[in-house]
Design a binder for this molecule. Structure first.
Ligand SMILES: *Cc1c(COP(=O)(O)O)cnc(C)c1O
Length: 445
């Protein structure tokens, strides 16, 4: 066994190396990962006492603190209420819950709460193979932990989307308590509007999982789930939304059915699934809300534009980008089929050897048992966009990726160019540099 001092020396060394590698020497294109501004990071560092505290208890219909069981909450309740209000303000909702520590946690509480409120254990989900998150699935959280029965949306592989007509038929025939939208491989807005009537007819709640696209929604891109008919949004706060790692649930508690749902969801948060709510992230979440209120529209539009520019460029240069007839993407992601170039596993590894980080991905039409070598790659553009990449920079990056994909140069050769490109983008845009700067801004306005 390694002795403790040696072990910790190695641990510290590995942590330092990681920061150097991924933050300073890699171009990060994993579609589920976010990037925080310096002000958000600074706010996290300023909240270290808060990050040690507990605030178990109940909340009210505005999402504010109603009752807490421990002393010492003098400012903590205020902090939670203000972070909650920042979320409600940004997304224009009457209710939010910011106690969730992850997107999976938000789904836990929401799926449990909505199945209690509807007294119905059936939930319609996008098939896992077509981009749903494992937490929606019977093999994951929904089925194996919550005991929810899954029924699949009908998914149209050619359209890379849910088939609204056929799914409406499934909803009417199976009468679920919950219908979900949203996913992890998520190129096009899901048909909420088209399926709202069927959901209303059978009394199903609509839950939209925005984990991937929350930042786009905040910026007025992609789709507007609550205005299109979703009852609740569940999300992570750290993918395209540039906050600290955490989760959130929100909605408008404007009908008796939704009020009932909020009460059941809150019960599913506490006491059912939360003890520590990781309060240290809340002030930083508020700063990220302010940044998205101010810069979100510009940021989200540029993210989508960069994704579309890259898609078009890669397509024109011989890479199969899926959904060509749909305009490739309307989100921060692209899905590439690289089966002609050695498959997702080889290309993802070669790209990493050149310091371009993305993930291999099963495509809906792949053999779903072939996880180790799927035909796809999933590429996200939120990190490079926030670091300042515009369309010409994206094309330059695509040229480097093409060299790898087509085997024109070795990863080692391309790496030199990747490092040089990365050096040009050392700042983080569309956000504040310091908490002080954010404070000055809000005091002026
Ligand atoms: C990432 C993801 C989640 C899980 O979020 P975590 O914060 O990682 O727990 C849930 N739903 C979808 C669609 C996701 O992509």
């Amino acid at each position: 066994m390694t002795d403790m001092p040696e072990l910790i020396a190695e641990l510290i060394e590995a942590s330092k190396k990681h920061e150097q590698y991924r933050d300073r020497e890699c171009i990060n294109m994993i579609a589920s990962e976010g990037i925080k501004s310096h002000a958000v990071c600074q706010m996290i560092n300023m909240s270290h006492d808060l990050a040690t505290r507990y605030a178990e208890g109940e909340n009210d219909m505005a999402g504010h603190v109603k009752k807490r069981y421990y002393q010492g909450q003098k400012y903590m309740s205020q902090i939670e209420d203000l972070a909650c209000d920042a979320v409600k303000n940004l997304f224009r909702t009457t209710w939010a819950d910011v106690r969730l520590i992850s997107g999976t946690h938000a789904n836990t509480a929401t799926f449990k709460g909505l199945s209690l409120a509807s007294k119905n254990n059936k939930m319609i989900v996008t098939p896992l193979s077509c981009g749903a998150h494992i937490s929606h699935d019977y093999t994951g959280l929904a089925g194996s932990i919550l005991g929810i029965t899954n029924i699949n949306h009908v998914y149209d592989i050619n359209e890379f989307n849910i088939d609204p007509e056929k799914s409406a038929y499934v909803i009417r025939a199976t009468k679920p308590g919950i219908v979900t939208f949203g996913g992890s491989l998520f190129l096009f807005p899901h048909p909420i509007k088209e399926l709202k009537a069927a959901c209303d007819e059978v009394g199903a709640y609509i839950a939209y999982d925005a984990a991937h696209v929350l930042g786009l929604i905040a910026g007025g891109q992609f789709q507007d789930p609550l205005r299109e008919g979703a009852d609740f949004i569940t999300s992570s706060t750290h993918k395209t939304f540039p906050g600290p790692q955490g989760g959130v649930i929100m909605g408008n508690a404007d009908t008796p059915a939704k009020e009932k749902a909020v009460r059941k969801i809150q019960y599913a948060v506490f006491p059912l699934s939360a003890s520590s709510t990781h309060l240290g992230r809340l002030p930083a979440l508020g700063i990220a809300c302010l940044e998205m209120k101010l810069f979100g529209q510009e940021l989200a539009a540029q993210i989508v534009k960069n994704a579309q520019t890259a898609g078009q460029y890669l397509y024109e240069n011989g890479v199969k980008v899926v959904a060509e007839h749909k305009g490739l993407t309307k989100s921060h992601q692209l899905a590439l089929d690289v089966s002609n170039f050695g498959g997702g596993n080889k290309i993802a590894q070669d790209l990493e050897d050149a310091h371009i980080i993305l993930n291999k991905n099963l495509m809906p039409y792949d053999d779903q048992n072939n996880k180790d070598n799927p035909s796809g790659l999933r590429v996200g553009f939120q990190d490079i966009t926030r670091r300042g990449f515009g369309e010409s920079d994206v094309k330059h990056l695509c040229d480097l990726m093409l060299d790898i994909i087509k085997g024109k140069r070795t990863p080692g050769e391309v790496k030199t160019d990747v490092l040089a490109l990365k050096k040009e983008f050392s700042g983080i845009k569309y956000g504040f540099q310091t908490v002080e700067e954010a404070l000055k801004y809000v005091q002026k306005n």
